[in-house]
Design a protein around this ligand. Sequence first.
Ligand code: ADP
Ligand code: MG
Length: 723
Amino acid sequence: MSANTTRAKAIREITASSAVDGQLSEPLSEIWATDVFDLATMEEALSKNAFKAMKKTVQTGAPLDAAVADVVAAAMKDWALAKGAKFFSHIFFPMTNITAEKHDGFIVTNPEGKAITEFTGSVLIKGEPDGSSFPNGSLRMTNAARGYTAWDPTSPAYVMHTPNGATLMIPSVFMSWTGEALDKKIPLLRSNAAMDRAARRVLSLMGEVEIETLNSSCGAEQEYFLVDAHFANNRPDLLLAGRTVFGAAPPKGQEFDDHYFGAIPARVQVFMQDFEDKLYRLGIPAKTHHNEVAPGQFEIAPYFEAANVAADHQQLMMTVMKSTAKEHGFLCLLHEKPFAGVNGSGKHVNWSVGNATQGNLFDPGSTPHDNLNFLIFCGAVIRGVHLFGPLLRAVVASAGNDHRLGANEAPPAIMSVYLGDQLESVFADIKNGVTSASSDGGLMDLGLSQILPFERDPGDRNRTSPFAFTGNRFEFRAVGSGQSVSGPLVAMNTILADSLDWVADRLEVELAGTDQLAVAVATVLQEIMELHGSVIFGGDGYAEAWHVEAAERGLRNIPTTAEALPELMTPVVQELFERTEVLSRAELESRYEVYAEQYILSIGVEAALAAELARTVVYPAAMGYAADLARTLETGEQLGVAFDIGTLKSVAGTLDSMMVKVAALEEALETHLFDDTATHMAYCADTVVPLMSEIRTAADALELCVADEYWPLPKYREMLYIR
Ligand code: ADP
Ligand code: MG
């Protein structure tokens, strides 16, 4: 039996071209950060004083002198020109998950008509894109379009090579003329500063004298799918929505667990090497890669960096990933759920805070029970997650992520904290007012003489928790694969800042009554456990029983974006961001509007696609098959032969019910008048999405009964397994 001609052609082309042609990788020492204007480059290019000033700014966020900016600009220009750059661009991060750039030439002409290059400190410091076309959630009127970009010297500039030349890229913030944040970087920098202020207060109450600037760190694990472009080009849904709106599950999915950590297909290895070499040149420390759970799914995790730099690198990485995949004949899917019925993609955000003097404050050391700094910071996180669970849910809300959260593959939409056995018992002791030495993991001894015994971790891992302590950091697992890490980092830094301020207030009171620090700390921690200990959960987050128990504990389960985003507008969240000076009320509201609009637009595009594909692709294919079946039956009748009519009946019946739903969806999409954004989102979630899934059920049933050669859309088994 032959497959449909479109699909057969795609398969032929893939098998003919997938001969693997890897290049030799260049040594790391030769490519590492070669395209980055980093501290090492600056040390050579700048005067001693200018370098010293820059270094201080990079490491502590200290303000930079305008005169130094001039010196840096000149050196940056020379460096970039030598790398072939003719253009420069402030690169910034609007409120959507994308990056934006506006390119300017270094060129100016002099009165004699000669071309010279120019790049001054003031041009480096400030850019002025016409910002009106970026989403601003009504922060600016369209007629007040002025927006500024401003250089962020704490994230290194770099040269980006593309087929049409090299460009100097300058990481920047983006704000309105009135100074409101229109981007994702400003809140991240502010949240870091808020955390620093509050952490210093606590640390000095803890008796620390020398306290360097605190910074948050982030290491993000990125999951993604690769689909051959020959297939993707025949799937309008993958091209336009990044996910399949139809597609029956293949007989073999991920049940065998034979893909996870399996050998990486050769063609994918070649892609990874090329992609990682590009990352290395850009100074992005790609550290691990492996196959993920689903066939066709992979993961990459760079080594962790300062949160601000990590966030910029994450965006850059996603861009490089997609373009490199294209060069290798793949479509790289960063959507959270490209294929129904197989594992979706997330982005685990590993997060810690620390500085040069106190180290990583989430590092318990070997005796966490008497590591007071650690206990206080960990307690502050517990309090924050408990008080602001709905905020954490809201910052990972998107149309795509709704397919994962709570769908028994990703963490549930209930926010809880996993601590691991050791810490759980330490905090239980604190709550009960007893002290005991913490148990460590002990030696792992398999009793096999050739395997050296090693030290076991003090706690197992729990894959089902959205917010897990993993040894020396917290891992926020609910983040979607396509999302910027900035929103989650802002939320985590801000709730920590707020909790640390609360802790500092409480410590001040307690320390007035005792000169024993440990006693004061224990009292505050005990209070945290009394009030917020219910957020700690070490069990199975996928189990139905947890939903019931969580409700009893008062932990909210917020299944959809439509319900999650309005949480941004609650008074507790508004006050949190105002108190910590991370976002003004207007800035927060604008974010709500922008994210809500994105959700509504995504659902709108998917729904329109589903209706169109059902009408123009699925219907004709199934009708063609039905018509041929009917003709055959007629011939049989003439010959006096009775063929089976069951298939025809079921195709006709399913087609009929599908088209009824298509008409209903098309009508639903005509509705445009809504009282407010929340109502519009609810309409998407409660009316549009269910209609789409009903159409899908019918279309997928048809795929499983229409003869293969009639079916034009590449099937799951092909997209997931052929590469
Ligand atoms: P796993 O899959 O076991 O969770 P990975 O090694 O794939 O772990 O990724 C863990 C991520 O956490 C990496 O990006 C790593 O650099 C990062 N990480 C490690 N330590 C810290 C830390 N203290 N703070 C923030 N991120 C960290
Ligand atoms: Mg992980």
